[in-house]
Design a protein around this ligand. Structure first.
Ligand code: ASP
Length: 447
């Protein structure tokens, strides 16, 4: 058996065993070593999963983005080609996110998962906490305050301003130190374009970036040998907090709608787009991206998965360094099909739970704002939950315009407890959408 296969099998085993271990730990009747052993196991999973595995991946992100974007841009050479590459990439991002949102809206308005949640909605107080005394709800992080950060402030204009200010950081080193990828991506594109213009004198720095990129990819290989343990620990921790029984509760219907939408988008829509525009076998490519998919499932973070996405796409999926270097880093922060679908479903679900009827115009507002809010969400865990406030605010603007009651922002408390589980799958779809985009752009780039 070759090393790649062994690693894939080990990561998959980590995934399955993590789910089993998490569910056992969730069960209050299963506590072989008492509460202290239970808490120690969770602390250990946290340490292995977040501190070590995600820490190692995150450590590689910024240098990998800088080198891969610069190596990618400088290898294009011709500026008309670069412009075409950029334009195609943006069209692909917008089009697929919009398709995901429309699919989510069709499903949520057809299956109406919010209707059975009216009782829980009535218990949500204005502070954003669900006042249920249900033991499971207490175990889930549903009573945590709804996280609202500056990304969600100021509505749509706010999100655009925020995006632009991240794209043009005052201090690129500070942006790198703060782990903000957008600024580094823009700086690197700019640097790569000018390095190409400068020509011969810039060759040493271009060589340096290319060789640093190769070294970083090798570092990703090494880190991936920790992935089986990391994936196990991350999943065990998630399931131990939420438990799989949530699927049989009233909220389960909402979860099935989100997961069904993600499955249709990930397994039908993206493969069709990839097959038609990328002229390749989409399931073979999905198979080549399998390690990235499993890492996305476990980490809940497109950014943390980026090193693995680049590795799988270039070394197994046959994507040119040029397309991968440009499309994947940018995609990991702004192309989020899964998040866009999820935000649209979640907002309409909350409205249904509060018996608020949304007109066709309001559904269009949801479609447009969910696409933009997903673009504004960072590739980190639960970012979509935060930027969803923007969608709620935009819809409320229209609802109050015709005297209808507003969707309470505190309604997010209804879904916050199961967010981590859904985040796993929407992150996997986000990463899959990025990879498929790189493969498609690669085909056009090669023409
Ligand atoms: N966790 C997602 C990602 O990193 C973003 C989200 O919360 O939807 O892609």
């Amino acid at each position: 058996m070759n090393a790649k296969w062994l690693l894939t099998i080990l990561i998959f085993a980590g995934l399955v065993l993590g789910i089993i271990a998490g569910q056992l730990l969730y069960d209050p009747g299963f506590s072989p070593g008492g509460v202290h052993a239970h808490a120690a196991a969770l602390a250990l999973f946290d340490f292995i999963g977040f501190t070590v595995f995600m820490g190692l991946l995150k450590m590689l992100i910024i240098p990998l983005i800088a080198t891969s974007v610069i190596a990618g841009v400088t290898s294009v050479g011709d500026f008309s080609k670069l412009g075409a590459l950029g334009a195609r990439t943006l069209v692909y991002y917008f089009a697929t996110m919009f398709m995901a949102v429309v699919l989510g809206l069709v499903l949520v308005t057809t299956f109406r998962p919010g209707d059975p949640m009216a009782a829980q909605a009535a218990q949500v107080d204005n502070s954003g906490a669900a006042t249920s005394n249900d033991a499971d709800a207490a175990n889930a992080p549903s009573s945590a305050p709804v996280p609202v950060d500056e990304r969600a402030q100021g509505g749509l204009i706010g999100i655009l301003k925020n995006l632009v200010s991240q794209m043009i950081p005052e201090n690129v080193v500070a942006a790198a130190a703060a782990g903000q990828p957008l600024g580094i991506i823009c700086f690197s594109i700019f640097f790569g374009v000018v390095a190409t213009l400068v020509g011969a004198p810039a060759e040493p720095v271009v060589h340096f970036m290319n060789s640093a990129f190769e070294v970083l990819m090798r570092m990703v290989h090494v880190v991936m040998w920790i992935a089986p343990l990391g994936v196990f620990a991350l999943l065990a921790k998630t399931i131990a907090v939420i438990g799989l029984q949530v699927f049989s509760e009233a909220i389960g219907r909402y979860m099935f709608v989100v997961l069904g939408g993600l499955a249709i988008h990930g397994l039908i829509v993206i493969p069709l787009v990839l097959w038609y525009f990328g002229k390749c076998n989409p399931f073979r490519f999905l198979h080549q991206m399998r390690q990235a998919m499993m890492t996305a499932l476990a980490t809940d973070s497109s950014s943390a998965t980026l090193p693995v996405t680049i590795e799988c796409a270039t070394e197994q999926g046959g994507v040119n360094k040029r397309s991968a270097g440009f499309v994947l880093p940018l995609g990991s922060t702004i192309n989020m099909d899964g998040t866009a679908l999820y935000e649209a479903v979640a907002v309409v679900f909350i409205a249904q739970a509060f018996h608020i009827d949304l007109s066709f115009t309001e559904l269009i507002i949801v479609a447009v704002t969910a696409t933009l809010a997903a673009m504004g969400a960072a590739g980190i865990p639960s970012a979509g939950l935060v930027t969803m406030i923007i969608v709620i605010k935009a819809v409320n603007g229209s609802l109050t315009g015709h005297g209808a009651p507003e969707i309470p922002e505190a309604g997010i408390a209804l879904i916050i407890g199961v967010d981590r589980l859904l985040d796993m799958f929407r992150t996997a779809v986000n990463v899959w959408g990025d990879a498929a985009g790189a493969k498609i752009i690669d085909r056009y780039d090669a023409k």
